[in-house]
Design a binder for this molecule. Structure first.
Ligand code: ZN
Ligand code: ZN
Length: 265
């Protein structure tokens, strides 16, 4: 069986759940480590979990909201001046990210070369698969407050899908068709007005519906504010997923993507 594993590094929404960094998810396969998103607190937590002698080979950003990219900065300094000097990660950016990151670092009078001097910067599109280490990756435009890309990773016969932050869209379930493990955000309360125009997040029920329509084997929820009640979110997603296995992603847990999660009663 292919060794394709996921370790959530951080799963908080745009604010912190206690003890959880913002978004960051480590994929491991064929000896390659790929970090999907790099929100605040992710680099420190990664080092605590894996250590400096386990370099990240590539970082792929879904979008450049703060909770998905801010730790690119301290990670850069760790590589430039700290204990991570042997690291040389690729940094895969979605369309438009270069301009937004340039605006970010202009706050301290830097330009985009600030990132290029540390990271091997690559850019991906949404019209063709691209290879990150052993993974074949595809991206889908999803509605959010800025450009956001759902991502799908394939390794041999095993597939992993990440919703990124997104509002409701009929395109997401076909994009995630048949994935072994779907990691979906569920930041919205079930109690809000779901018809609000331009909504940029989904509920746990909607995440469960995506898993059901996609024919996903298992569902992990992330970006769930603790105050929404994890048990309630998990139950709502599982009900929409026709009782399918649903877990709440937590930092440091490790999942074998090819193996179905156990159903939670
Ligand atoms: Zn977010
Ligand atoms: Zn976002």
């Amino acid at each position: 069986m292919t060794a394709f594993q996921l370790t959530p590094i951080g799963t908080s929404p745009a604010w912190y759940n206690p003890g959880e960094p913002n978004s960051g998810f480590l994929l491991e396969g064929n000896g390659t480590r790929v970090l999907v998103d790099c929100g605040s607190g992710v680099a420190s937590r990664y080092l605590a979990l894996f250590g400096a002698d386990k370099p990240i080979d590539a970082i792929v950003l879904s979008h450049v909201h703060a909770d998905h990219c801010f730790d690119l900065v301290p990670l850069k300094y760790g590589i430039d001046f700290g204990t991570l000097g042997s690291w040389n990660p690729e940094l895969w950016l979605p369309p438009g990210a270069r301009e937004r990151l340039t605006k970010l670092v202009s706050a301290w009078d830097e330009d985009f070369s600030y990132f290029e001097e540390t990271y091997d910067v690559r850019e991906f599109g949404v019209d063709a698969a691209f290879d990150v280490g052993p993974f074949s990756v595809t991206a889908l435009d999803v509605p959010h407050y800025i450009e956001s890309k759902a991502l799908r990773f394939e390794l041999d016969e095993t597939s992993f899908g990440y919703s990124s932050d997104l509002g409701p869209t009929p395109a997401i379930a076909p994009f995630m068709h048949g994935v072994d493990l779907l990691l979906a955000e569920a930041a919205c309360s079930e109690d809000i007005d779901l018809d609000v125009p331009g909504r940029g997040h989904i509920t746990a029920t909607e995440a469960g519906r995506i898993a059901q329509e996609a024919g996903a084997h298992s569902l992990l929820l992330t970006h769930v504010p603790e105050e929404l009640d994890y048990d309630r979110s998990r139950a709502a997603a599982s009900a929409a997923f026709h009782g399918g296995p649903v877990h709440i992603a937590r930092s440091g847990e490790r999942y074998d993507i090819a193996r179905r999660l156990a159903a939670v009663s």
